[in-house]
Design a protein around this ligand. Structure first.
Ligand code: NAP
Length: 248
């Protein structure tokens, strides 16, 4: 039977690369996005052009009603969920902690932390044997920032990813006996649009000399790690945080 995967934030970057690679591996793929419908439609077209099955749904992961609508659309259009990649994430302009206000902190934590929790909870209700499901896999996309702290750039973002790591470890233990594995990937500096949100589109080039492998990573390289964690080849891996960071 075809497996169904939901990738949040699948319209660009790491999410788009993951959706595309997973479709090549045989998954029917749903991808969510918040704003860029054209980019999401392009990812769907790319998957369908090579014979895959894909669905794009506009849904803000930080809005509970959107998350409920998203999971219902996936169930109705593609069938029972087999896996979730909790990828949607954001950051804002580089700065210091003493410059952050509550409105910005709320925006970052709402997408990165509350969004990850809401989608993980919905995925458990869809996949857990406790709820009559067949089990499945959740991969949370964190960041090496959770460990490095992102001082002078975005400590709020880094702290949100620390929370995502704790979600991975705790949820993995909570649902292991219900047929669900939960893992995390912690990308390093990856060449995507996200750095423009921080106000430095060329950040990868600036940081590259300090990365042991001497370059930023690609979205595809992160997708390879995610799709492996989703696969039966990773059947004994749960609660694990996999760094995909060129040694940084
Ligand atoms: P990106 O190119 O900026 O793409 C972000 C994606 O998330 C887009 O599809 C965006 O959709 C979606 N999104 C953002 N906020 C959302 C929300 N509230 N609800 C639903 N969708 C939302 O970012 P990326 O670099 O691929 O990052 C993907 C993940 O990897 C993020 O969790 C990020 O923190 C993590 N990461 C990235 C790097 C890196 O260096 N690139 C490093 C470590 C970790 P719209 O365009 O429609 O808004």
């Amino acid at each position: 039977m075809t497996k169904t995967l939901l990738v949040t934030g699948g319209s660009r970057g790491i999410g788009a690369a993951t959706a595309t690679l997973a479709a090549q591996a045989g998954y029917a793929v749903a991808l969510s996005y918040r704003r860029d419908a054209a980019a999401a439609a392009e990812v769907v077209r790319g998957i369908e052009a090579v014979g895959g099955r894909a669905l794009a749904v506009r849904a803000d992961v930080g809005v509970e009603a959107d998350v409920a609508r998203l999971f219902e659309a996936v169930r109705v259009e593609l069938g029972p969920l087999s896996a979730l990649v909790n990828n949607a994430g954001t950051l804002e302009r580089q700065g210091r902690v003493d410059e952050l206000d509550a409105a910005r902190l709320t925006r970052i934590l709402t997408t990165n932390v509350i969004g990850s929790f809401l989608c993980a909870g919905a995925a458990v209700r869809a996949m857990s044997m406790r709820y009559g499901g067949a089990g499945g896999v959740i991969v949370n996309v964190s960041s090496r920032a959770a460990v490095l702290g992102s001082g002078g750039e975005y400590v709020d973002y880094a702290a949100s990813k620390g929370a995502v790591d704790t979600l991975t470890v705790g949820l993995a233990r909570e649902v292991a006996a219900e047929g669900i594995r939960v893992c995390g990937v912690r990308p390093g500096v990856i060449d995507t649009d996200i750095h423009a949100l921080g106000g430095e589109p060329g950040r990868v080039t600036r940081v590259a000399p300090g990365i042991p492998l001497g370059r930023g990573g690609t979205a595809h390289e992160v997708a390879e790690a995610i799709v492996w964690l989703l696969s039966p080849g990773a059947s004994y891996v749960t609660g694990t945080l996999l760094d995909v960071s060129g040694g940084r």
